[in-house]
Write a new protein. Structure first.
Lengths: 151, 151
DNA sequence: GCGGAATACTTGAAGGCTCAACTAAGTTGT
DNA sequence: ACAACTTAGTTGAGCCTTCAAGTATTCCGC
């Protein structure tokens, strides 16, 4: 309340509401079509797009902005489901590599277009091309200032 | 991937990243300053702004876009913490009213300005006034089409 | 090359969220 | 007035995330 202008406050609440609903929709969609939470699916996609489809836990966590603990639990669960497997680096035996399996690749290929459809239906079908550019610029500006104190 | 333009995909990922980090920051802030998750704090704020500081479970859930189940768990926990109390309606004995307590009011008043500072630091300090308007319009358009199939 | 600090990740407990099943109370049709 | 249906909310199990603490390995200074 105090400290934000009316416009800021209204935009803030609208943003929180929009993301609450988007996240909910995406999570239900991931669960339905892929049998996993959306947060897990994002990890699979990142691996899928990585050359070799393999990353160390730390690198994966950093790119996803997940805590290492969260990722450890997630990877353990996804390994049980067969979408990926872990292997210790021989080079530095503290690091664990996470490798996407064939089953994981198939799952990404299956879920990906369904996800895109959902995102278009929920978000982009309602926005102009100009608004997409604006949204990109706005969110990029916010992401920019992460973990840097404040302006 | 398929089905989204490059611009859409880039904006989408940026949005997911921005909201992931914003939610995380707000949650840590709510936990630190108010001793509760941000989702709980939002319920307190809504009650705070409601005349009489009292709402039925269903009305509260609808405005927050929470499931009734989620809200039941949340309210049970917040009642234990003393921020609100429940009372059955005598009019229709299925409905439960949720009333903010004095302790809840104090908590909202304490957390609110700290929250605003956090939001400004993380988000609005990086945006122009024009971008705030744009963000409002964009998120409003997304929220607009909720629970309506698709365009 | 040894002791201490740093790095990379894991673990377990506690709490929040979802989903499906359930209870209780009001409404409707006949 | 009674059965069937609907509405309002609760419950419990299971999974996900966080947080604090722990393990294992490597790096650094001397």
């Amino acid at each position: 309340m105090s400290g934000l202008t009316d416009e800021q406050q209204h935009a803030w609440r609208s943003l929180m509401l929009a993301t609450l609903v988007l996240d909910g929709a995406l999570d239900r969609q991931s669960q339905r079509d892929g049998g996993m939470p959306h947060a897990y699916y994002k990890a699979l996609v990142l691996l899928y797009e990585t050359p070799g489809r393999r990353l160390a836990m730390g690198a994966l966590a950093a790119q996803l902005r997940y805590s290492l603990s969260r990722l450890t639990h997630a990877v353990a669960s996804m390994e049980k489901s067969g979408w990926l497997r872990r292997s210790r680096s021989t080079d530095d035996r503290r690091v664990q590599f996470v490798q996407l399996t064939d089953a994981g690749i198939q799952t990404v290929r299956h879920v990906s277009p369904l996800q895109a459809t959902e995102v278009r239906a929920r978000a982009f079908s309602r926005l102009t091309a100009e608004q997409v550019q604006q949204l990109d610029a706005i969110t990029a500006a916010i992401v920019q200032g992460l973990d840097s104190p404040t302006s």
